[in-house]
Design a binder for this molecule. Structure first.
Ligand SMILES: CC(C)(COP(=O)(O)OP(=O)(O)OC[C@H]1O[C@@H](n2cnc3c(N)ncnc32)[C@H](O)[C@@H]1OP(=O)(O)O)[C@@H](O)C(=O)NCCC(=O)NCCSC(=O)C[C@H](O)C(=O)O
Ligand code: MG
Length: 292
């Protein structure tokens, strides 16, 4: 499965110090598990949490789920040891918090190589500081020749740094969300939306998932198992999307339409650019089915 076509509808965080959550995650329908060493782990529990995560990843049993470990920042007492340990842990990716510019990407990537990470180990980064938003193009461009593959929005940290409120329309974060999507797409990166904190508010969560999907995000980061089903549904192509995509592919493959750049499919103007999108939709649908 290519990095781009791997489903990441649901990326569930869990604190590395919570052994029950690490255990439970083996049976949860999450596309991606983000095992956290950063904000969800108290300073006194950092080393114990690192050991628990490394042991859980080594023990395996997570099936086709993608495993990502979030490290502490390199400017903390734990960051360097986290990165060294994660590099050869067997996880698919390391997630670095609070990056601010392209130099962070180059440094993290170099340290990963020095620590023995394979070429396939990916670097994911949290986009959650005002400087990261101002430098977003340079950060995305630093993916060329480094391990960087994925942006994850950190809207809690952005809210804190901006001194902004988290309103249902996410007005304060629209610039950040949309610039991050633009930069990610310009450089072929994956983009995952931020978390929704109000676990019991199902309608609010659904609305925010739909907004994130409509903005272009590949999936959403989650904090509780109760959020998995809805995120998996909303970030997957619908039955209607897949049927329309297949009709577009069929229409362009029809010899009667050979050489045509624009067609009408099920009443909609359809150009070659829609064919590319249709292929992506069908491939993503197949990739989701292959997870089952
Ligand atoms: C928020 C929580 C602390 C709530 O935990 P709890 O009170 O235990 O919830 P429940 O009783 O409803 O749990 C029911 C069962 O589900 C398991 N559970 C709960 N959460 C998770 C999880 N995330 N992964 C796996 N399993 C989970 C419980 O163990 C219960 O199981 P059982 O014993 O069988 O009944 C908790 O949900 C939690 O810790 N969530 C994750 C918090 C986290 O990781 N935060 C850091 C990432 S978010 C962030 O940092 C954002 C970003 O950086 C930014 O800036 O925005
Ligand atoms: Mg954060």
């Amino acid at each position: 499965m290519s990095t781009q076509h791997r489903p990441r509808r649901s990326c569930l965080y869990m604190p590395g110090a919570n052994t029950r959550a690490l255990e439970k995650a083996r049976d949860l329908p999450a596309d991606t598990l983000i095992l956290d060493l950063e904000d969800a782990v108290a300073p006194d529990a950092k080393e114990e949490a690192r050991a628990a995560i490394l042991a859980a990843v080594k023990a395996g049993g997570y099936g086709k789920r993608e495993i990502v470990i979030r490290m502490n920042g390199l400017d903390t007492p734990w960051g360097h040891d986290d990165l060294k340990a994660i590099a050869t842990s067997g996880a698919h990716a390391v997630l670095a918090p609070k990056v601010t510019g392209h130099r962070d990407i180059e440094r993290l990537s170099t340290l990963l190589k020095e620590a023995g990470a394979s070429d396939t180990m990916a670097l994911w980064v949290m986009i959650e500081t005002p400087l990261a938003i101002l430098n977003i193009k340079d950060i995305a461009a630093a993916s060329i020749g480094t391990h960087l593959t994925t942006f994850v929005m950190g809207t809690n940290d952005l809210a804190k740094e901006y001194r902004a409120r988290m309103t249902p329309d996410r007005l304060a974060f629209q610039t950040a969300l949309q610039l991050s999507i633009a930069a990610a797409r310009a450089y072929g990166l994956v983009a995952i939306d931020g978390v929704y904190n109000d676990i019991k508010n199902e309608n609010g969560f659904r609305d925010e998932c739909e907004q994130g999907r409509d903005l272009g995000f590949d999936g959403k980061t989650l904090i509780h198992p109760s959020q998995l089903e809805e995120a998996n549904r909303i970030f997957a192509p619908s039955h209607h999307d897949v049927e329309q995509a297949k009709a577009v592919i069929e229409a362009f493959a029809d010899p009667a339409n050979a050489g045509k750049g624009v067609l009408k499919v099920n009443g909609k103007m359809t150009e070659l650019l829609h064919l590319e999108e249709a292929r992506r939709t069908v491939e993503m649908d197949e990739a989701i089915r292959a997870l089952a």
